[in-house]
Design a protein around this ligand. Structure first.
Ligand SMILES: [Zn+2]
Ligand SMILES: [Zn+2]
Length: 232
């Protein structure tokens, strides 16, 4: 724990360098940000090619979201490092940098949509207190600013501090997430007839996106398009 705190302090004061090439200025320089494979445009349910990351109509059964845009692969060590350092070592600027690099792809993903709002996956208040910030909020806020789309901050509440999802199976995750989220009472009307852009850092089984999309649609959202930095 102490080592982690000392590392975080040291990291905060160290000048920013690109994790890949070492260039000073950013955690990921512009050159390196375009020099690895982007995630292909697939339907996240069946993983087969799909136009503009949309879910195929034949895969809609039991699915509340309409698309999942993913920027890159989580198994790339560079992407893992960016996400881990951004989340656990206080380098929250990583998420604003990454939002900048993702914005072109996200812009193409949503270019035909109307009445759009950006929403982020919430963090439980206790976890936020411990970490100091919600990385998904930073990512969503910057995407909304760059793409000039309204951001419905604090639209979703996280009622339960669910266990870390990463080691659970798909079914276990679904059980773990039941009754975890809630739409804030005065926010329901703002979702009517909207396309919600739901933002998180990593997507694995899609259970978190599924749970929140269900609530957004129950509150009147016409479409939910999910966005994540990475997946495998
Ligand atoms: Zn670089
Ligand atoms: Zn499909």
């Amino acid at each position: 724990m102490l080592v982690k705190i000392l590392q975080s302090i040291q990291n905060l004061f160290a000048p920013k360098r690109c994790y890949r090439c070492g260039l000073y200025g950013d955690f990921l320089c512009q050159h390196c940000a375009t020099d690895f494979d982007a995630f292909p445009s697939v339907c996240y349910r069946c993983k087969r090619p799909s136009q503009n990351f949309r879910i195929h109509p034949e895969c809609w059964d039991g699915c509340s979201y309409d698309g999942v845009y993913i920027w890159s692969y989580y198994h790339f060590p560079l992407i893992q490092r960016l996400i881990k350092e951004g989340k656990y070592y206080g380098k929250k600027e990583i998420f604003s940098e990454v939002a900048g690099y993702m914005s072109c792809g996200v812009g193409r993903y949503i270019h035909e949509e109307k009445n759009i709002v950006v929403i982020s996956v919430p963090m439980h208040p206790l976890r936020k207190l411990k970490r100091g910030y919600n990385h998904s909020h930073i990512l969503a806020k910057h995407l909304s600013e760059i793409l000039q789309i309204p951001y419905e901050e604090k639209c979703i509440l996280r009622k339960k501090n669910s266990w870390q999802q990463s080691k659970l199976s798909r079914t276990e995750r679904q059980i773990n997430l039941q009754d975890t989220f809630k739409i804030k009472e005065n926010k329901g009307d703002k979702l009517d007839n909207t396309t919600c852009i739901l933002v998180d850092d990593v997507v694995s089984t899609g259970s978190t996106f599924e749970e929140i999309s269900k609530l957004l649609k129950q509150s009147g959202a016409r479409k939910v398009l999910c966005v994540a930095i990475a997946s495998d």
